[in-house]
Ligand binder design. Sequence first.
Ligand SMILES: [Fe+2]
Ligand SMILES: [Fe+2]
Length: 372
Amino acid sequence: MAEKNEFFQSQIVKDFNQEIERFHLGPLWNAIPALMHKQPTPQAAPYLWKWETLYQKLMEAREIFTPDRGGERRAIFLQNPGLKHREPWGWASTTQTLYAAVQLILPGETAPSHRHTQSALRFITSGSGAYSIVDGERIFMEEGDFLTTPGGLWHGHGHPGNEPMIWMDCLDIPTIFALGGTFFESYPEHIQQPEKPDNYSINRYAGGLVRPIHDRTPQKAPLGSFKWPQTLAALNGLSRYEPDPYDGYAVEFINPSTGKTACPTIASWMQKLPAGFRSKAHRHTSSTIYHVFKGEGCTVIDGVRFDWSKGDFFVVPNWAWHEHVASSGEDAYLFSTSDLPIMERFDLQREEAYPENNGHQPVTDQFQALLP
Ligand SMILES: [Fe+2]
Ligand SMILES: [Fe+2]
């Protein structure tokens, strides 16, 4: 080892490394320990954004951004502090692979239709009355609904209702940016006009449990929206049995024509942690963005306790130990998105149970969230 260090520090090696740099060449012998480490060393940080902060900043943005002035969408993204150095705009990275944002639409506003190679999904956090028009179908949205918009489909939003509406967006922006596959196109006539009956796919698929007999050919998004009452019914059915030791009761949103994830590159789950539930700790190569839909509790990430309550968002980076605790007063519901399908496609998914202390990490610190 000493010999190896001597080699790296020797003047002859340093001079050579510097010499080749001007030809835009690099020495693998120096680079390999940092680039090919023994296990994942995520640059994304564990982090938590309080709902109070997000809500206040969205309200302030009502006047800063208007559809007339800003064009696209009134969305504020969650920038991971560990990935700020990525140029430009931190690649809008919430994790190394995924982007998440909160979006506000006011009554009477429209967000123009566009399409892009990034895949998108939405989870409705508050309000009702607005719709997304995806591929010519107006899908009306209510609290707890999950919507998927795989890459390449035209989509816009409109709000004929009468209360502000907020939802979470999640896209694979950093992944597509890293892969150099970004295409973006505006719809020629502002917002696409309906070409199908409203809520067509929701009615035809009744929540994704069955499919119409004519839809035997796999489609990108045969079902555009998964309604909260059906998700809740699925969780209640599951809750009659033993919980998963790491995730409590969790269901995954799937494409009913393929059985794969509803969004091709992003996995989406809704999980219920019964009041007082304490999970065991594990870690995996996929990273996760959580939104607290209901309830309160905490998640211990790499020994640091993150307290959460309704509306908060937090990130568990890849390969970070994590375990969840729901407060004793009420059941907690967490919506989450992860890059599991991306990791699986590259054959990178690994999972490990925390080996000591009956599956629980020692808590060494507590995260202090920024408040407005
Ligand atoms: Fe979009
Ligand atoms: Fe996990």
